[in-house]
Design a protein around this ligand. Structure first.
Ligand SMILES: C[S@@+](CC[C@H](N)C(=O)[O-])C[C@H]1O[C@@H](n2cnc3c(N)ncnc32)[C@H](O)[C@@H]1O
Length: 276
């Protein structure tokens, strides 16, 4: 194997970077002059911009996540532009899309959807893909996140279907048929102990759920009923171990508990409420 490959792999492994081979291949392809995919076994140095490669390798060695280096993350059926101002969309959040498609069987319904805390726009865009006649409003308190979501919506030519608003739930005066949210839900303690990659490269505003992590669930439980149509659903993500607390909190909401859904580790991560 080529010397550059060997030495780079060694450095990545020394820093305990998981999946060093995969990351190295991604970084080489990021620095690739041509569009032909580079594979490690028949790599030729002339294929890459070596200065760019050294720069991105050093970023990875200092534990910056690959997604933030290459500004890309896959979610559901799309690739999204991401940067330091948005949370990387996570596989467990795809459960919200999965549950939406189970609940609303007719994909041609012209339903109204609200995505609270849209970040990169991953949920809003994936729902637009599934429900092609839906009208979607996506909101976020972070102006920088709105810019990222806007870039993703433009890239995918979904401007007619998704309207972005830099606002919070307090300024929403319409009613919706489906409301989705993956709000910030880490407790103060979890935030302190969160891995370096998350603490340093994901925005705090996307993670911080207040002292006990439950701030947004309390807020939603008081306000969300007013912005839901009759026969509508609310689907939201919760943190590990928050199921019981959320059930208690949502007793106030006057909504009906419909079901919970689990992630691949069989942990309760998604709650669904309905308004009949
Ligand atoms: C956990 S991230 C979720 C991002 C995206 N929906 C996803 O699932 O990948 C939470 C998002 O909520 C936004 N946010 C935080 N507080 C908010 C508030 N009061 N109102 C609206 N959005 C808020 C953050 O800026 C962040 O983009």
């Amino acid at each position: 194997m080529n010397d550059l490959i060997n030495s780079s792999l060694e450095k990545l492994k020394e820093k305990n970077i998981p999946n060093a081979e995969i990351d190295l291949r991604v970084l080489l392809n990021y620095s690739n002059y041509s569009k032909n995919e580079i594979i490690l076994s028949n790599f030729d140095l002339d294929q890459i911009n070596i200065n760019l490669f050294n720069e991105v390798l050093n970023r990875r060695l200092s534990k910056e996540p690959i997604s933030k280096i290459i500004n890309k993350k896959n979610f559901w059926k799309d690739e999204f532009y991401v940067n330091e101002f948005v949370l990387d969309p996570r596989p467990e959040t795809e459960g919200i899309i999965e549950e939406s498609t189970k609940l609303i069987k007719n994909k041609h319904y012209s339903i109204k959807i609200l995505d609270i805390g849209t970040g990169s726009g991953a949920l809003a865009i994936s729902l637009a893909r599934e429900f092609i006649n839906a009208k979607i409003m996506a909101i976020d308190i972070s102006e920088e996140a709105i810019k990222v979501a806007n870039a993703n919506i433009n890239n995918k030519k979904l401007n007619n279907q998704i309207k972005l608003k830099h606002t919070t739930i307090d300024n929403i005066n319409e009613k919706f048929d489906l409301i989705v949210s993956n709000p910030p839900y880490l407790t103060k303690k979890e935030l302190e102990n969160t891995p370096y990659e998350i603490k340093n490269y994901e925005p705090l505003i996307a993670l911080d759920g207040g002292e006990d992590g439950l701030y947004f669930y309390r807020d939603f439980s008081k306000k969300i009923n007013n912005i839901m149509n009759v026969n509508s659903y609310l689907i939201f993500e919760i943190g590990e171990g928050q199921f019981r607390d959320c059930i208690d909190i949502f007793r106030l909401s006057k909504l009906n508990f419909h079901k919970k859904a689990q992630d691949l580790q069989k942990k309760d991560r998604i709650l669904i409420y309905s308004k009949l």
